[in-house]
Write a protein that binds this ligand. Sequence first.
Ligand SMILES: [Zn+2]
Length: 313
Amino acid sequence: MSAVLKAPLVVEFPFTRSLGPVQSAFLTALRHRVVLGVKTRDGRTLVPPVEYDPVTAEEISELVHVGITGTVTTWAWNHEPRRGQPLDTPFAWVLVKLDGADTALLHALDAPGPDAVRTGMRVRIRWAEEPTGAITDIACFEPYDGDESTVTVHAGEFEDPVTGIVAQARLDYTYSPGRAQTAYIKALAEHRAVGERCPSCQKVYVPPRGACPTCGVATSEQVEVGPGGTVTTFCIVNIKAKNLDIEVPYVYAHIALDGADLALHGRIGGIPYDQVRMGLRVEPVWNEGGSYPDHYRPTGEPDADYETYKELL
Ligand SMILES: [Zn+2]
C-alpha cells in the first residue's frame, strides 16, 4: 500500500468585533495602565468585566479600579509556547485574582520553571512597553512579594476610547485524507474520478470516505465514475472570495458524476450563470497542471430526466 497523503493547512481570518461600553472601558484603561472591573448589584467585582451579571443576567456598568497585584488561584505549565502566545519562553498559564476583584483573570506568568509557581503565590502585572488598548497591554504577570496596590473607584471615562478590536484567528494543522481519499486524490492527478462501492447497499461514494455512512461498513471496491455528470442543484454566488480570481456572479453546483450515488461540488463555467439549471449535463475542465477540475462545462447533451437524479439532490 502506498503512503497516505498529508499536507499542512492553515485557516486564518481577521475577526473584527465591536466592544460594548464595559469592555471598551476595560481595554482603554489598560492603555493607561489601569485595570477596571465591574461591580454586580450584590457587591462582587468581576475582572475581566462583562456587561451582564453571569448569575442574575442583570445589566451591570459600575466600573471600579482594581489592583495590579494579585494572587494565583490555579495554574498550568506551558512547556512549549506556540506562535502568538504572550511569551516565547516556557511559562505558566495562571488565573490571577487581582486585589479588589472577586473573579480571576487568565494570563501568562513569567517564571523560571514550574517549581517556581504555586497556587496562592503573589504576582504583579508587567506592562507592555507600548500599550495599545488590548489585553496584550498586560505583557504577563511576574512574581511579586511587595504590598497590595491601592484600589480606588474609577469612572472608566477616557478620551479616545477603544471601540473595537481585530483578533487574528489562526489554526495550523496537518490534514491527512486517509486511505480512501488518498486513492481518490491520486486518481484525480490522472484526471480520473474514483469512488468506492458499499458492499452492503451497493452505493458508490465519490469522494469516498472509506465507509458507507448509511450502512456503517467499510468500503474498499474502487469504481471509476464520470467524467460526465449531471447538475442536481446549484446556487448563484454573488460575493467575491478573497484570493479567488473568479468574477461574480458564478454558479456553484452539486454534480452527480455518472455512476456515482453522491453528488460532489464544483463550479459551472462555459454558460451564462442564469442559464444553469437542474439536470444540465456537464463535464470537467482541467487547467494545465491542475490537481482537480477547475470547473465543469455543459456537454451539449439533452438535460437529464429528473427521475435519474432526484435521489442525489
Ligand atoms: Zn451502504
